[in-house]
Unconditional design. Structure first.
Length: 277
């Protein structure tokens, strides 16, 4: 005898779309008895570029860790690139995901050389140790550094880089494995206006490249959303306020609900700008 609830769960396990890079069905994450995110259902396709916004404590980073196969959901069914979390080797899955985050940046030794930091991503490690790399590895590392406008930094030490330079190097490292999914956790954090605009411009070019991976970016600020992003999710206290096509989600009403104050949002030349009214 199969109980109805178990039958429904089995149907969800078997009824996933292999064309989706992220396929979350009623996913929640609970830590210390507190529901940090969910339950939520979220689908990300190959050609989509998502931005996730919300106030501090909204659950954005927790959602990113689930999408990056760094955490298991407490409930619900989560597939990443067709693999169900909890039913596959997470280490293998992570090699297909490019990640750029401040948590990663804080783990990098100041004396690490940029070229070594980038090339080692191909082996899912942080910096060179005893691995042997060939000319093809270094050639690819040079190519991704050039792609993000950071080829002139390859011989520099991590600790000598500015915040903007570090952001570009981390994105190059994330692209080193030719990932199918690129996750960017607050890439604009800590940048001055010039550095932010440089980074937003590059990410906009990447978003419009048809050969680029699917992208998910976390930010607190709509001004950091590059042109070319297609979808958005608004989170508040772990719950989805709205999600879908970016023009339908990023409205004054939805942002006001998310941030608990009257917000006016405008779009100029493909970029978003918000202010309190």
């Amino acid at each position: 005898m199969i109980f109805p609830a178990l039958s429904t769960m089995m149907e969800k396990v078997n009824d996933f779309n292999p064309d989706l890079l992220i396929d979350f069905d009623d996913v929640s994450f609970i830590r210390g008895g507190r529901n940090l995110v969910g339950p939520l259902t979220w689908k990300v396709e190959l050609d989509e570029r998502w931005v996730v916004l919300g106030p501090n404590g909204a659950g954005k980073t927790t959602l990113m860790r689930l999408a990056g196969a760094e955490e298991f959901p407490s409930s619900g069914i989560a597939h990443i690139m067709g693999e169900q979390l909890g039913k596959t080797d997470m280490r293998d899955l992570r090699t297909m995901i490019g990640m750029s985050s401040s948590a990663l940046a804080n783990r990098i030794p100041t004396e690490e050389q940029v070229s070594d930091l980038v090339v080692s991503a191909g082996y899912a490690i942080l910096g060179r140790w005893r691995e042997e790399y060939n000319d093809m590895d270094f050639g690819h590392a040079d190519a991704v550094l050039e792609q993000v406008g950071a080829s002139h930094l390859k011989d520099r030490m991590w600790g000598t880089l500015s915040e903007g330079e570090k952001k570009r190097v981390l994105i190059a490292r994330a692209l080193m494995t030719n990932p199918e999914l690129l996750l960017l956790d607050e890439p604009g954090a800590g940048l001055d206006l010039g550095g932010r605009e440089d980074l937003v411009g590059y990410l906009g070019e990447l978003a419009e490249d048809p050969d680029a991976p699917a992208m998910v970016m976390i930010t607190h600020h709509v001004e950091e959303i590059p042109a070319g992003f297609t979808h958005a999710m608004l989170l508040d206290s772990g719950e989805v306020v709205a999600q879908g096509l970016i023009d339908q989600v990023l409205t004054s009403d939805n942002l006001s609900k998310t941030f608990h104050q009257p917000i006016q949002i405008d779009r100029i030349d493909g970029r978003f700008f918000a202010r309190r009214v």
